[in-house]
Design a binder for this molecule. Structure first.
Ligand SMILES: Cc1cc2nc3c(=O)[nH]c(=O)nc-3n(C[C@H](O)[C@H](O)[C@H](O)COP(=O)(O)OP(=O)(O)OC[C@H]3O[C@@H](n4cnc5c(N)ncnc54)[C@H](O)[C@@H]3O)c2cc1C
Length: 405
């Protein structure tokens, strides 16, 4: 017989966003928090990421999400007795063209106003910070010393342990199938329960995550969520003395869409192909990877001729404007479902995950968050084609919104 149960809050998806959101909610007063995971915790994008964490966002809200997340990663040992493996490395976001340099000036002014320790560096200063960086082919860029990287599998372990400590109920291999709702006046509806593969759970609060599969989850609740999935590739080089150092700033070549950081004496670098049709992908596109490797070789001469220790491809989440989605479900008929919160980190779940999770828990429990103003981050910012009036320019060049089915 189907199980009948109730919860203060049901979270769908045990990736980094759902995992940390359940912990924030459980430690902020929610009594019974149930997390539904159709597979195993962390088996979505969260365990396959490159781990880059930056507060150098392109809008005040993404700077705030990054700063919160870094602060949280630093505090984890004291709070939880475990951690996500955050290492402060610093991060140079390269300016290649004169336009990049002009945009960096405006961006750094905005970020400094938002309280971030970030500064412009010319090409010489960038090379002094990161001696493996070529002297030619860029104009320096912006540098934030407090950005860094986490270890994604360790992060899955950390939120798993944190959930256990906080008494969160994790239901693995239990798929979310849909919502139960009731009228709430003014043409709105409110959530009364969730339908799962194991029965119905009565609840007035639901957080919907799903990373690269969030769009499919939206269809289960009658909503068109503008979040997609696309191939993302990561490779790790063999060790080289140039990378056998304790600290060296990470680098992001935004225009080319590649970034890199230290990894076990070698270099980890990642990329997405904006010309590729979106969709799930776990096969490495070697021709594209080799093309991007040439770009890396030009900017980091020590990588020339270095073999690869490993390379992988996985599906990364993205939103058309590169911003998170945080707000209630709005169905294709325009009906808002009260008590629901959609939470997507838009492909930035390592750098913004804890921040997005904090805000999702706040919205679910209190209807608003002190961390950021979410009025411009809801589903209603997109038109019928997925176009948004907003944009975060510091992101990988993902496929355009029109490619979302
Ligand atoms: C190769 C790669 C490299 C990346 N590198 C970085 C990086 O360096 N920095 C960065 O910030 N971000 C990076 N990302 C992005 C980051 O990993 C994601 O933004 C983040 O993991 C998303 O977390 P999530 O919890 O939203 O989604 P996920 O981790 O995908 O979790 C969603 C969960 O929902 C579950 N689910 C789906 N449907 C259902 C259902 N019907 N019922 C129950 N459960 C369901 C899934 O099984 C999954 O476990 C990278 C991603 C990839 C793929």
């Amino acid at each position: 017989m189907a199980r009948r149960e109730s919860a203060d809050l049901v979270v769908v998806g045990a990736g980094t966003v759902g995992g940390w959101a359940s912990w924030f909610a459980a430690t902020s007063g929610a009594r019974r928090v149930v997390v539904l995971e159709r597979d195993l915790a962390g088996q979505g994008a969260s365990s396959r990421a490159a781990g880059i964490v930056r507060a150098q966002g392109g809008t005040p809200a993404t700077v705030a999400l990054g700063r919160f997340s870094i602060d949280f990663y630093r505090k984890q040992q004291a709070l939880l007795g475990t951690d996500s493996g955050f290492r402060e490395l610093g991060y140079v976001i390269l300016s290649v063209t004169a336009r990049d340099a002009a945009e960096a000036r405006v961006r750094v002014a905005m970020q400094r106003k938002a309280g971030l320790d970030v500064r412009l560096v010319d090409a010489g200063a960038a090379c002094r910070l990161n001696p493996s960086l070529a002297r030619r082919g860029h104009r320096g860029g912006s540098y934030c010393p407090t950005d860094g990287a986490i270890d994604p599998p360790r992060n899955v372990r950390a939120y798993g342990l944190a959930m256990l400590q906080a008494g969160v109920v994790l239901r693995e291999r239990t798929a979310f199938l849909g919502l139960r709702t009731a009228p709430a006046g003014d043409g709105r509806r409110r959530v009364t329960g969730v339908v799962t593969a194991g029965g119905v759970i009565a609840t007035e609060r639901v957080i919907l995550t799903g990373g690269p599969t969030l769009r499919a989850l939206g269809k289960l609740v009658g909503a068109r969520i503008f979040a997609g999935g696309a191939r993302h590739q990561v490779a790790v080089t063999e060790p080289h003395p140039a990378f056998d150092v304790a600290r060296q700033p990470m680098v992001f070549d935004v225009g080319a869409g590649i970034y890199w950081r230290l990894e076990e004496g070698g270099l980890l670098w990642g990329m997405s192909n904006p010309k590729e049709t979106p969709g799930p992908a776990r096969v490495v596109d070697w021709p594209y990877l080799r093309r991007m490797e040439k770009r890396l070789n030009a900017l980091v001469p020590a990588t020339r001729g270095l073999g690869l220790r490993r390379a992988w491809a996985a599906t990364i989440d993205y939103t058309p404007d590169h911003l998170p989605i945080l707000g209630p479900v709005i169905t294709t008929d325009g009906v808002t479902i009260e008590g629901t919160t959609v939470a997507s980190a838009g492909g930035h779940g390592m750098m913004w995950g804890p921040g997005v999770a904090r805000v999702a828990a706040d919205l679910a429990l209190a209807g608003r968050s002190r961390l950021i103003d979410t009025r411009d981050l809801g589903m209603d910012r997109f038109d019928a084609e997925g176009r948004s009036p907003f944009f975060d320019p510091i992101a990988l060049p993902f496929p355009p919104s029109a490619d979302l089915d």
